[in-house]
Design a protein around this ligand. Structure first.
Ligand SMILES: [Mg+2]
Length: 285
């Protein structure tokens, strides 16, 4: 019998309906009902930094979570009554150790002579996240070599995450502490709050969610996720023996379409049918 649930969810195009596909009209309200149950501990797990999470919460009337894992796993906050965001200093310390005590500014200095990298705007930078723009036709192998050589000279253990902003036709690079990722932060939260994989569900839709989606943590891909992401998540989950812990929402769940919050609810019900009553969808038994 599930006594509690740690509900960890990505925001953009997972809980937040800011993709091209339609949202079921009542889904976010049912999600809010579930989130309001005192047995649910809610964590937002996002690439957004604190201000952008607060903006989204206001704009989309999202429930106030118990925790926010921000900046792609480099920050963890506990939200206390009202709007008091308490940074998890243990996590910051652990993440900072990967960078040998260095922070954003130090890494930007180390990499200042790598001319292919243009620093992103200040609001996209964080203490333990350095973000750059680069040309789409950049030689990534050569760049990676140049970056790693400089980071090594500073005894910095980092992870390079390359992506593409298609609409802006630009390459993106995030440099993160090697131990900081959505997955590592979620497992730290599980440990701190006394949750196991049995009473945790994660939901996501895209590339930086895949590590958690393929992990032993029961996870759900919302129906509006890209087919390529679904294929990759299924492949990686299978490779790690976790296929039974990845659910892809398909809709037709209490009249909802499986997109965004409807998909999250459908996935939770898949793993924990009893929780339908926590959603107010079925009478308490
Ligand atoms: Mg997303």
């Amino acid at each position: 019998m599930t006594e509690r649930l740690l509900l960890c969810t990505d925001l953009d195009r997972t809980l937040i309906p800011n993709g091209s596909q339609p949202e079921s009209p009542d889904a976010r309200e049912v999600f809010a009902t579930l989130a309001a149950d005192p047995r649910v501990v809610l964590a937002y797990v996002t690439g957004r930094h604190r201000q952008l999470v607060e903006d989204a919460m206001a704009q989309y009337q999202l429930p106030t979570p118990d925790f926010v894992i921000g900046d792609v796993g480099t920050t963890i906050y506990r939200l206390e009554a009202g709007s008091n965001w308490q940074p998890d200093t243990d996590w910051a310390h652990q993440v900072g150790a990967d960078w040998n005590g260095k922070t954003n500014r130090d890494l930007q200095e180390l990499l200042a002579d790598v001319r292919a990298l243009a620093p992103q705007e200040a609001h996209k930078q964080n203490l333990h996240k350095v973000s750059y723009y680069l040309a789409l036709d950049s030689d990534l192998a050569a760049l990676e070599l140049a970056i790693n050589r400089r980071l090594l000279s500073g005894a910095v253990r980092a992870r390079l995450v390359w992506s593409v902003d298609e609409p802006a036709a630009t390459g993106l690079l995030d440099i993160l502490p090697s131990g900081a990722s959505k997955y590592h932060a979620v497992t730290a939260l599980q440990r701190n709050e006394g949750f196991s994989d049995k009473d945790t569900v994660f939901s996501g839709d895209s590339g930086n969610d895949i590590e958690v989606l393929a992990s032993p943590i029961p996870a759900v891909l919302v129906a509006n996720s890209e087919p390529a992401v679904q294929a990759r998540a299924m492949r990686e989950a299978a490779a790690e023996g976790n296929s039974a812990r990845l659910y892809i929402a398909r809709g037709d769940f209490y009249g909802m379409n499986g997109n965004y919050s409807a998909g999250i609810l459908e996935g939770i019900a898949h793993y924990h049918p009893r929780l339908l009553s926590w959603m107010g969808l079925e009478a308490t038994t």
